[in-house]
Design a protein around this ligand. Sequence first.
Ligand code: GLU
Length: 510
Amino acid sequence: MNSSKKVRVRFAPSPTGGLHLGGVRTALFNYLFAKKHNGSFILRIEDTDQSRFVPGAEQYIVDCLNWCGILPDESPNEGGPFGPYRQSERKSNYRQFAEQLIKDGHAYYAFDTPEELAKVREKEPNFKYSHENRLTLKNSLSLSQEEVSDLLNAGAPHTIRIKVPKNQIVTFEDLIRGTVSFETNLLDDKVLLKADGMPTYHLAVVVDDKAMEISHVFRGEEWLPSAPIHILLWKYLGWENEQPSWAHLPLILKPDGKGKLSKRDGIRLGFPVYAMNWTDPQTNELTQGYKETGFLPEAFVNLLALLGWNDGSEQEIFTIQELIESFSLDRIAKGGARFDYTKACWFNHQWLQTYPEDKLTTELRNVLIANGIDNKQIKEDKIQVIFHLIKDRMNLLTDFWDQGNFFFKQPLALDIDSVHKKWNEEKSLFFKEISQEFQNFQNDWNQEVISAFYKSKIKESGMKIGELMLPFRIALVGGKFGPDVFVIAEQLGKQEVVKRLDYFINEISK
Ligand code: GLU
């Protein structure tokens, strides 16, 4: 490739469903590389396969990129000098190149019907349309010129296939893998243009990467087997010297390291694989996303960047700006990156600890609303105070509810079992008295005062402090968790504490 080219990279998803975290990582690596080299990051929608088109999937991809802050410089929405950025809108561009390949002897018309091919496949399950059998099939290489013209003139449905040469080695330099070679004898004559006039991925990707002046192709390793077809097309179309640099990113593997992480693995193991919630419009099946599970986009981007890349130091927490600065191709691993959801949660936990507390109130408010708390009742400053108190116990934004629900709603199901065994009349009387005293409390209601008061009452009673802390917590929180109990009491306010103590006394005496 011509190294003086301006850096132009593309993320080229097909709008066929939810966006796998591997797809977001591909977008991210493209983006980081573009931004590092003052280049452009392009979103191109590869929607030429009408049978796999899913309504809503394109907007969903755009929403996911927006959420992550991976914003394209050129895209179907933004437009740009190389548009349109949706392949279906570029349909008229492709046929001419397929025809040119036929003229130059690198492609041919194939008239075999899908039924005919299905029959061949029935007999030969490993059938590959290739140099070995193409002369026995119905195409412009096996038929006479006359027959071909007749068929074309009669409008016979046909595809155009690449004529992959025999006994050659296709070699290219991959920026991550080094020299990669493929034997052409193992390749099949891929369809380039379909009977409906639409190009296949193979033709469209090459034509568009050329037209859009793409300098580097970063894509998942699963596309490596397609690379030799693309390399041949670049050559056959006469663009060999303009081809982009290639980089096939390592796979993201299942937690046990055995194979590519799939949506099904996530469902099986209980963690999200998609960036955002995705509802299949055909089946209405909802697949959980990172956003809705309670991840911060900064943490999601951070953890994705470290799946197959590191900067060579011990540093793990990076802002997107830091990632842009430190990103380099020679630190991308060749081997697959094992996915570890516990580690993913760790990233989010770290981000939550340092995140400006006033910047999360909307997200935290939404967690409360989703759990039935009336929006009007939620005060902005209270969200911040509570977040500050419990964030060290939170991995996910949604943990705001699990760890802090008692600040917003009286717990009615109390873990009475944990105090019942050691319960006695003396303790009952103690709590009744405490409740009374709190009711008439004249001092400031803050944690120091409450703590000093409560501890002095214990002393007076002659009981042990250890025995009276847990019941107080159970009364306020419902269970054995949460921050300092006096801090909780201060936040709840006097009336609420009294109410909860009374409820507790009542419950435990049942
Ligand atoms: N349309 C392909 C996809 O869905 C793009 C592969 C490539 O980047 O060449 O991922």
